[in-house]
Design a protein around this ligand. Structure first.
Ligand code: GLY
Ligand code: MN
Ligand code: MN
Length: 430
């Protein structure tokens, strides 16, 4: 399966180099960065372009991949003589046999890459051996980003495996919430169940109880649990990785049967309808707008707002309760590349004025993998602003008061777009 993936990566790269007029590409794995005035590194993330070629990319910092169309890719694998850190062992298995692997212990053993004729370099620019105009050239990056937006069978398998792993964590986190554990304890249970260290997560876990669920990228992890009489809700947005590919999943739970619990169910139903529409030919902008109508209808049904969904969406009322995009491409990066390109050359799709935070503007095609993540939140900052403007009169403020302590709801699944069908990669492995 990986060999087919590698062939497709090579085709995309051949096309990108042909279009930009290059004879080859040098892709740097990247290296760890230290904290300011310190000798300790930040958690390391490899260059995603390197990870597109090399499955265990996180293990090979400071390595280089050299590719010229028609030739076997060469992996210059950094194996330093180092007794301070573990040194990567020689790669084994199917994927390794597809590369010409040349270990090196010191940069002096590498060829002089500055002599490479008519090449592009992709990676951290400060160590580029090539001229600035050959370093991360958009004429190469744009078609590669376009190519990366169509996932190979191997890539879908990795995202599925990442989902499987993340769901183990979600189950443990749900149990922790209903056992009355704190946000921090819940986070630790999640790590244990996924066997991930914190640094290996694709993004920092969002583990939010009660009103914290209204903070979209909440990161605090309270050490103390809320007292039982004041436990209302739990929102968890947490993923996992497989060979560098991410899962990105959100669930929301109510402590008790309550209107909030019913609202979770209503949003879940709407979310699944939206997921089913993620098929080839669907405009993602239109799907985002449809989500606003669903959310408006739910808010109307629960007597949060006084007008039905369509009208609420048109006047901008639903933006108060759903102030982020419906989702994004997913892959080697959680917010994966290519979502705003009209074509391989990188012509931008204009950002709709009404939807400044939408990260995916394309018409969907088979092979795209994306998230569908509608939300309903009670965010004091946005509600206070609405109270003071023309939207305020359309809101039932007493109902808002009721829901404020619950924070918010988000339901997020990972979806592969098919020609006639959407494949829910999250629920299919649940
Ligand atoms: N976890 C980040 C996001 O859902 O986009
Ligand atoms: Mn997401
Ligand atoms: Mn998420």
């Amino acid at each position: 399966m990986f060999s087919q993936h590698l062939e497709i990566v090579q085709q995309h790269t051949d096309n990108a180099l042909a279009a930009s007029g290059h004879d080859g590409v040098l892709i740097y794995a990247n290296h760890p960065h230290n904290y300011f005035l310190d000798d300790m590194p930040w958690p390391y993330r490899p260059n995603p372009h390197f990870a597109w070629w090399v499955p265990e990319a996180a293990n090979y910092p400071r390595s280089f991949l050299h590719y010229q169309p028609g030739r076997q890719p060469v992996l210059y694998l950094y194996q330093p003589r180092d007794y301070w850190h573990s040194v990567p062992t020689a790669p084994q298995g199917e994927w390794a046999s597809l590369f010409d692997i040349r270990p090196f212990a010191d940069h002096s053993e590498l060829p002089d890459f500055s002599l490479l004729k008519n090449h592009a370099y992709i990676g951290q620019p400060e160590v580029s051996p090539l001229d600035a105009n050959q370093t991360n050239p958009e004429a190469v990056l744009n078609p590669l980003h376009w190519g990366r937006s169509y996932k190979t069978g191997y890539e879908v398998e990795q995202i599925l495996a990442a989902n499987k792993r993340a769901l183990k964590g979600h189950q443990a986190a749900r149990d922790a919430f209903y056992a009355g554990k704190s946000e921090c304890e819940t986070h630790l249970d999640y790590l244990r169940a996924t066997a991930h260290t914190e640094a290996e997560l694709p993004y920092g876990n969002i583990i939010a109880q009660n009103a914290n669920g209204a903070i979209l990228h909440y990161q605090q992890l309270l050490r103390e649990p809320f007292p039982e009489f004041a436990r209302y809700s739990f929102l968890i947005d947490a993923g996992a990785c497989q060979h560098g590919y991410a899962a990105d999943i959100t669930r929301t739970y109510a402590w008790n049967e309550s209107p909030f619990d019913d609202m979770i169910q209503a949003l879940d139903t709407a979310q699944q309808q939206l997921v089913n529409q993620a098929v080839a030919g669907q405009s993602y902008i239109a799907l985002h707008e449809e989500a606003h109508v669903h959310i408006g209808d739910i808010l109307h049904d629960f007597e949060v707002i006084k007008v039905p969904g369509q009208e609420a969406a048109e006047m901008g009322l639903t933006q108060v309760f759903f102030p982020h995009g419906l989702g994004h491409f997913l892959g080697l990066q959680v917010h994966d590349v290519g979502g705003k390109q009209a074509d391989p050359h990188g012509t931008p799709i204009p950002q709709p004025e009404k939807h400044p935070y939408l990260r995916l503007l394309r018409t969907l095609e088979a092979g795209h993998v994306l998230t569908i993540e509608p939300g309903i939140y009670f965010i004091p900052l946005l509600l206070d602003a609405a109270r003071d403007n023309a939207l305020g009169k359309h809101i039932h403020w007493n109902t808002v008061e009721h829901f404020l302590p619950y924070g918010g709801i988000r339901i997020e699944d990972n979806v592969r777009v098919g020609t006639h069908e959407a494949y829910n990669l999250t629920r299919s492995v649940a």
